[in-house]
Design a protein around this ligand. Structure first.
Ligand code: UD1
Length: 458
């Protein structure tokens, strides 16, 4: 559910071609698990390249509640959890963000128990946690759901199953299982194998971070397994690490630039090993863009994507889109709404199928307010009739990525659009107004005049 309670709105005058360079932010989904993981160490951790966005700030407020010391300035985050003393997270804090469930594994690792509110409803469909709870039971814990909380406790080593098979390569369950299994492996002094894990770059970054701090992990990206072996945490005085770049933020700006028939250069960061390089983490998107007919060039220092209108005979030379989302390295569900927005600017019928979440098209109603012609079949497939003129309107950002799609559609619409509920977009996009302005968009943040925002709540 979302509420329309923001004091600010984004105003966009459409039809400007975006052009310029983007320096991507640190990854939202990369930062959250590194921050959650940092609570298991008795020494201070410093994380670089952490985006200053709502979701990070909410997680930090939970860490403060459990008595971690936090300093967060200029994208550098220092965390000292040596005095951590709570294994329970109250609903008032956890309900603000689903990713608070990421703390489950780290808290259990530290205290052998945890009480965390059961994650509530969500704007992009069912988001079950049955795999997380199944894994906890298989690893010898008791799992109780009481008064809306998940309570994990009473570890019993005789109940451990040393091989766990995930039926979906869940990102969240993979992040939690590594801590639960590490706890169990240390007690039975034996190895635990998890099959069908998520291999998103953000998950692999978490594994590497944990390995640097002493965890004994062996994983295969191709075969999607993780072995967790007995280990001792390092005895550092201090540890520091660098968060990866945000492939979803970068992908969003690329799609926005191309939807306006513009061009963009996205800067790579040379710090990372190959698996984390943007051009690889965005490979599925870049392939789709080439198939559509956009120019995509990979350089050592970045990625160029552009609409080369001069080289095309007609606009119609751009091919419509036919894709489906999937688990990494397939096309990311977190770019599905934004590529639907791109499809609005391409002549012909595009088909975009959502295969990860079961209801990720709520934002489509808002696109229709701008004049978009989109059918959604069974909440799974969007049929986009592209090439129609869109006209600016008052629209509501439904969720983080749906909000980004609404913003992109506003950039290609005639006249002015006013986007409210922008809290949702701010959850994931740092410095959004400046970044779009630098790309020559006509965009500004302004106060929401009284009664200007109307409508309904989902
Ligand atoms: C993470 C990302 C989110 C991204 C998603 C998929 C973070 C903070 N969020 O979310 O941005 O869209 O990965 O790439 O990193 N499922 C079950 N049972 C479970 C767990 C998941 O059925 O126990 C289902 C979910 O309902 C969903 C699918 O599996 O349909 C994928 O979920 P999951 O990979 O766990 O995504 P999140 O970790 O929630």
């Amino acid at each position: 559910m979302y509420s329309i309670d923001d004091n600010e709105v984004i105003e966009i005058v459409g039809k400007e071609k975006l052009e310029g360079e983007l320096i991507p932010q640190g990854s939202k989904n990369g930062a959250l698990p590194l921050i959650a993981a940092s609570i298991v160490f008795d020494y201070p951790v410093k994380l670089y390249n952490i985006p200053n966005i709502e979701d990070v700030n909410i997680l930090l407020s939970i860490l403060k509640y459990i008595n971690c010391k936090i300093k967060f300035e200029n994208n550098e985050l220092s965390i000292d959890c040596s005095n951590l003393d709570k294994y329970e997270i109250p609903w008032e804090l956890a309900s603000k963000m689903r990713a608070s469930f990421d703390l489950l594994g780290p808290i259990v690792f530290k205290f052998s128990k945890a009480r965390i509110p059961f994650p509530g409803g969500c704007l992009i469909g069912n988001r079950k946690v049955d795999i997380h709870l199944y894994a906890a039971k298989q690893l010898g814990f008791e799992v109780e759901i009481n008064k809306g909380d998940v309570f994990i406790s009473n570890f019993n080593k005789s109940k451990i199953n040393k091989v766990i098979n995930f039926w979906i390569p869940s990102v969240g369950a993979t992040k939690n299982v590594v801590f639960l299994a590490a706890f169990a492996a240390n007690i039975i002094n034996d190895e635990i194998l998890v099959n069908n894990i998520a291999v998103e770059p953000e998950v692999i970054k978490l594994f590497d971070f944990l390995i640097s701090n002493g965890f004994n992990l062996e994983y295969s990206i191709e075969k999607k397994y993780l072995k967790i072996k007995p280990f001792k945490l390092k005895n550092y005085n201090y540890y520091e690490d660098f968060n990866i770049l945000d492939r979803i933020e970068a992908g969003t700006y690329i799609l926005a630039a191309l939807a306006t028939k513009g061009r963009i250069f996205v800067k790579e960061n040379s710090y990372f090993k190959d698996y984390f390089k943007l051009y690889l983490t965005l490979n599925s998107l870049l392939n789709v863009l080439k198939q559509i007919g956009f120019k995509v060039e990979i350089y050592n220092d970045g990625i160029y994507c552009g609409y080369e209108g001069d080289n095309l005979k007609l606009d119609g030379d751009l091919k419509s889109i036919d894709i489906e989302t999937g688990y990494y390295p397939e096309f990311p569900t977190d770019l599905q709404p934004q590529i639907v927005a791109l499809a609005l600017s391409i002549n012909g019928i595009s088909t975009i199928k959502e295969k990860v979440f079961d209801d990720r098209f709520i934002y489509v109603n808002e696109l229709r307010r701008l004049g978009a012609d989109i059918d959604v079949i069974d909440n799974k497939i969007a049929i986009v009739k592209g090439g129609r003129e869109l006209s600016g309107a008052k629209v509501i950002a439904t969720d983080i990525r749906g909000g980004a799609a609404i913003l992109i559609a506003s950039l290609i619409a005639n006249n002015t659009s006013v986007i409210s509920n922008i809290y949702q977009i701010k959850r994931g996009y740092e410095n959004l107004i400046n970044k779009f302005s630098n790309l020559k968009a006509k965009i500004k943040l302004r106060f929401n005049k009284e009664n200007e925002v109307y409508g309904y709540k989902y």
